[in-house]
Design a protein around this ligand. Structure first.
Ligand SMILES: [Mg+2]
Length: 436
């Protein structure tokens, strides 16, 4: 499920930050310090997390300082930054036009207003973009002050059917978060308009062929001193990874899907029937903040039995991620095994991939660079517990799904037991000594 498309980013970071004076007399706004790190660092983390290796960034005020910052980022590895200097500010649409060549060797361009502080999962956003046919996706957030924002109205397929900048009578509180995913061809179209402002001049042209993606996590425009102070207060709890960077390999939590993340539906084949189990959004947010990768591993024998197509399964997973995003939560990857079982004993490894086989966990660990010995598996059946143990992880059996007395008995002494995802995550964080 990981994206195979080439994605590049354009960070809009040239803003003057006049409302942040006198700080911005000395410092470019994009380098305003938050919990000991410049604002741009938080975007570089987001890019690294999503595996986006190249970003263009425009500079204007205090360009020399941003240039030094760029050199530092490029030295430490991860995402590479390339400067696009603007002696005169071109406006957001003008910056797109000046960087039209970004579309030459990319399939998708992410446009990021780097003035915002956000814990968005860019990988999840890009997968949403790739999961529909329109050329443009916009991240939305629930604005406390819709009149001051660009407000979108969505149809039943999340298509944006109206978009109004700073409306007098807002039709919703779904606001433009200043983050777009754009197909290369649409990006060229935006560049060719020779406009100044994306919000006023360009976005209305895409009404009816762009989709909205609601991120329910943290999102704040660092526009004035009050917002900056707010960000500084919030940063420790929203971005706790700040304090503990580097060191050992990343750990993961592997997650069963049906009966664990979502309510169990027998042979689920309809995206509209996806329902998150209670507490799942919060539990996944806490795992991410504690630095764990979240990886879904699901047996989907309905495919092997011919009752579910891979396209439909893909739609179900897009819907799962969309529902998670609206709660500010995300997963790093989803692996599935389409094979139908041969026998009916859930403790027998019939093939390496179908749980209780450890194949999906091993593949996830290898593709995401995870340390299996420090990782966990959470699921509602004995086959989940055993898949975790067979991969060298610790396991937790949850009682929120289909666990039977036999599952409990077989798991006894080998796995922890928890009521549901919330309690399972509580146990993992307790075990890790993480302040939850
Ligand atoms: Mg299950």
């Amino acid at each position: 499920m990981r994206s195979a498309k080439r994605t590049k980013a354009l960070l809009l970071a040239g803003g003057l930050g006049t409302r942040l004076r006198p700080l911005t007399d000395e410092l470019p706004k994009c380098l305003a310090p938050i919990a000991g790190r410049p604002l741009l660092d938080y975007w570089i983390d987001r890019l690294d997390e999503a595996g986006i290796s190249l970003a263009r960034i425009n500079t204007h005020a205090h360009a020399g300082q941003v240039r030094d910052y760029i050199a530092g980022v490029n030295e430490r590895g991860g995402a590479r930054l390339v400067e696009s200097h603007e002696p005169e500010l071109l406006g957001s649409a003008g910056t797109v036009a000046a960087n039209a060549d970004l579309a030459d060797d990319a399939d998708v361009i992410l446009i990021v207003y780097a003035d915002n502080l956000s814990d968005v999962d860019l990988g999840s956003f890009i997968r949403f973009h790739e999961g529909h046919d329109d050329p443009f996706s916009m991240m939305l957030f629930r604005a406390p002050n819709p009149r001051a924002c660009g407000i979108a109205e969505l149809d039943g397929e999340a298509r944006i059917v109206s978009f109004v900048e700073k409306p007098e009578n807002p039709s919703s509180d779904l606001a433009n978060a200043g983050l777009y995913a754009v197909d290369a061809e649409a990006y060229r179209e935006m560049a060719s308009l020779k406009a100044f402002d994306l919000g006023f001049e360009v976005l209305p042209r895409f009404t009816g062929r762009m989709r909205g993606w609601l991120w329910g996590g943290y999102h704040l425009d660092i526009g004035n001193h009050a917002a900056l102070e707010q960000a500084r207060r919030d940063a420790a709890s929203v971005f706790p990874g700040n304090a503990a960077r580097g060191g050992s390999r990343r750990r993961g939590v592997f997650l069963d899907r049906d009966g664990t993340l979502i309510e169990h539906v027998h042979y689920l084949d309809d995206p509209s029937r996806v329902r998150l189990a209670p507490g799942v959004g919060d539990a996944l947010r806490r795992l991410r903040r504690a630095g764990f990768a979240r990886v879904v591993v699901t047996n989907q024998s309905a495919v092997g039995r011919g009752r579910l197509t891979l396209d439909r399964l893909g739609e179900i997973h897009v819907e799962l991620e969309r529902r998670l995003a609206s709660e500010g939560a995300s997963v790093d990857a989803i692996y599935y095994c389409p094979d139908a079982p041969v026998g009916d004993d859930r403790t027998v490894v019939e093939n390496p991939d179908r749980k209780p086989g450890p194949g999906m966990l091993k593949r996830g660990a290898s593709e995401l660079g995870l340390d299996l010995g420090g990782s966990w598996m959470i699921g509602d059946l004995i086959s989940d517990v055993l898949a975790g143990l067979n991969a060298g992880c610790r396991s937790i059996l949850v009682e929120s799904g289909q666990a039977t007395a036999a599952d409990h008995e077989a798991a006894s002494g080998r796995a922890l037991v928890a009521r549901d995802m919330s309690e399972a995550v509580e146990k993992i964080l307790e075990n890790e000594g993480v302040q939850a």
